[in-house]
Design a protein around this ligand. Sequence first.
Ligand code: NAD
Length: 259
Amino acid sequence: MLLKDKKGLIVGVANKHSIAWAIAQAAAQAGAQLLFNYQNERLRENVVELVNTMPGAKAFPCDVADDTQIDALMKHAAQELGRLDFLVHSVAFAPREELAGQFLNTTRQGFATALDVSAYSLVALTRAAVPLMTDGGSVVTLTYLGSERVVPHYNVMGVAKAALEASVRYLAHDLGPKNIRVNAISAGPIKTLAARGVSGISKMVDHHREVAPLRRATEQAEVGDTALFLVSPLSRGITGEIIYVDGGYHILGSLAALE
Ligand code: NAD
């Protein structure tokens, strides 16, 4: 019961395949009380059905591109939980046409949307959560290797993840004195709703399975367990860090990946 008496807000469950749902399951099993969001009415029924399987958990609407919806979500968190010990940000979006073809063709609007929803939202959500983190806290977000290496078709999402990772470091610096830690998990490719928007995701997963040192595809539950570590006191000395949960794929040079 690593998270006994801990209260957490999980942003980014769309369905049972969502990484956020695996994180929620790990946190709930460790004793945490959880609150969730759903992005819009289209996802509401699915998310509420899942959340209802978790005793005591509730879900409220929040589109992270809208500050008033973020404020409303935090009001629900204050009412339902009283305070927050951790926040999980597991959200990303870029228009589908930006995730195929060349990065060179990224549009101004596509760039702005990807950066707003996938990177700025961490800043906005964290700022809104801080007043509820009265006893310190932990913020965890999800990133991908495409932030630092070129991964075909990941395109503007790689730029957004680079901004997200830099935001993790700046937020960690600002919030460290309040004992609020901010970290990211860089997960290997997993076929989720969001990942299906990236052209060639199946090939990425197969390649990963073949060449990653652990010779298997990354699973949601592996990411969930690392998130559990990051929101628990076990990681109390870690902030501003990017932790790879990718079977070791990121250590490979390009020739090793060809073997
Ligand atoms: P997912 O589709 O299950 O989750 C993405 C979530 O983002 C959804 O719940 C969706 O509703 C939410 N979202 C998108 N736009 C939003 C908005 N405007 N307001 C509120 N919510 C919004 O897919 P996932 O793979 O679980 O993605 C979760 C995180 O993990 C993302 O940041 C993604 O980039 C990251 N990640 C995924 C992989 C992978 O291969 N699946 C690898 C590394 C990192």
